[in-house]
Design a protein around this ligand. Structure first.
Ligand SMILES: Nc1ncnc2c1ncn2[C@@H]1O[C@H](COP(=O)(O)OS(=O)(=O)O)[C@@H](OP(=O)(O)O)[C@H]1O
Length: 313
């Protein structure tokens, strides 16, 4: 598999001093380890109709969505003082299809745990997910904050200080579509088009909307994945407790997320958990973008998403 991936078009990120390479497969750029796992999943994964996929382009709110979905699903087993989320980072509570296939298959054999994460674009999802009519939750976020989040995450992964990783170059590459699972707009468009055809199995959530109105979005999420809150639960404040437990403030201050390491055994992709919890600030892009960048990215998004009702600016 490694040999095959090396034959795909390669892009070495200049702004990361070439420490990171993306490979292009089925029109999207990905990191070698995740691409190999994605191809393996395409070849062998057999979805169950009850599986629920939490799909996202990187840096759009994946970790938050995973925490919320996990807390919703396990609320009868655990409360906010016993939840595994207090000791395990959310991305390890829910396996990623393209990296943790064995765990997903173990869950199929040994439990009825339905949640699976993936960054794969819609067009690269294993066929069985689509033919089994599995439910899909897709989270997206405004492109400007994603560009900044993506910049810092990859910069930290490459262990480069900001002065050695020019933001302008990272911005240009992202806008050329050369980002992790990019082009970002095509990632969104793939799921968006699929939702038009199959609205009953695809739920779209927007990061900024979830920030503004977490209660109704968490309710929508719970209903969609088949674990709706009862009136008694609503009255007892269960939704608010889940929102509080999964908040950035709470999760980012937990020991595991401050000092733990994600995929610690895989030296190529191991990274400190704290890098998944940076600032979570809407509009942080204002600290990075020049007027020219704002104009360019707005034009790009107008051009790419004009046929949709999506607001990405
Ligand atoms: N609980 C919670 N609530 C709100 N926001 C949160 C939360 N957890 C993580 N974050 C912010 O999400 C950004 C990381 O995106 P992802 O989780 O999609 O990253 S990844 O794809 O899993 O690598 C990253 O955004 P930035 O801070 O703007 O970089 C995180 O800080």
């Amino acid at each position: 598999m490694e040999k095959m991936v090396k034959t795909f078009p390669q892009h070495k990120c200049n702004w990361l001093k070439g420490r990171f390479a993306f490979y292009k497969y089925q029109e999207f750029w990905n990191i070698q380890e995740f691409l190999e796992g994605g191809i393996l999943a395409q070849q062998s994964f057999k979805a169950r109709p009850s599986d629920v996929f939490l799909c996202s382009a990187p840096k759009t709110g994946t970790t938050w969505l995973k925490a919320l979905a996990f807390a919703i699903l396990t609320r009868h087993q655990y409360d906010e003082s016993t939840s595994p989320l207090l000791k395990t980072m959310p991305n390890e509570c829910i396996p990623l299809l393209e990296k943790d296939l064995e765990q997903v298959e173990d869950n199929h054999k040994n439990s009825c745990f339905p949640l699976v994460g993936t960054h794969l674009p819609y067009s690269s999802l294993p066929e069985s997910i689509l033919t089994s009519n599995c439910k899909i939750v897709y989270i997206y976020r405004n492109i400007k904050d994603v560009i900044v989040s993506h910049y810092h995450f990859l910069r930290e992964a490459a262990k480069l200080p900001m002065e050695d990783a020019p933001f302008e170059e990272a911005f240009d590459e992202f806008c050329e579509g050369k980002s992790w699972c990019g082009p970002y707009w095509d990632h969104i468009l793939g799921y968006w088009k699929a939702r038009l055809e199959r609205p009953e199995i695809i739920l779209f959530l927007k990061y900024e909307d979830m920030r503004k109105d977490p209660t109704s979005n968490v309710k929508r999420l719970a209903e969609f994945i088949g674990y709706p809150f009862t009136i008694e639960e609503e009255k007892a404040g269960v939704i608010e407790s889940i929102i509080k437990m999964c908040s950035f403030e709470n999760l980012s201050n937990l020991e595991v997320n401050k000092y733990g390491k994600h995929r610690a055994k895989e030296s190529n992709i191991a990274i400190e958990n704290r890098h998944f919890f940076r600032k979570a600030k809407d509009g942080d892009w204002e600290n990075y973008f020049t007027n020219e960048m704002i104009e360019n990215v707005d034009k790009l998004i107008d051009q790419k998403l004009s046929a949709t009702d999506l607001v990405l600016k």
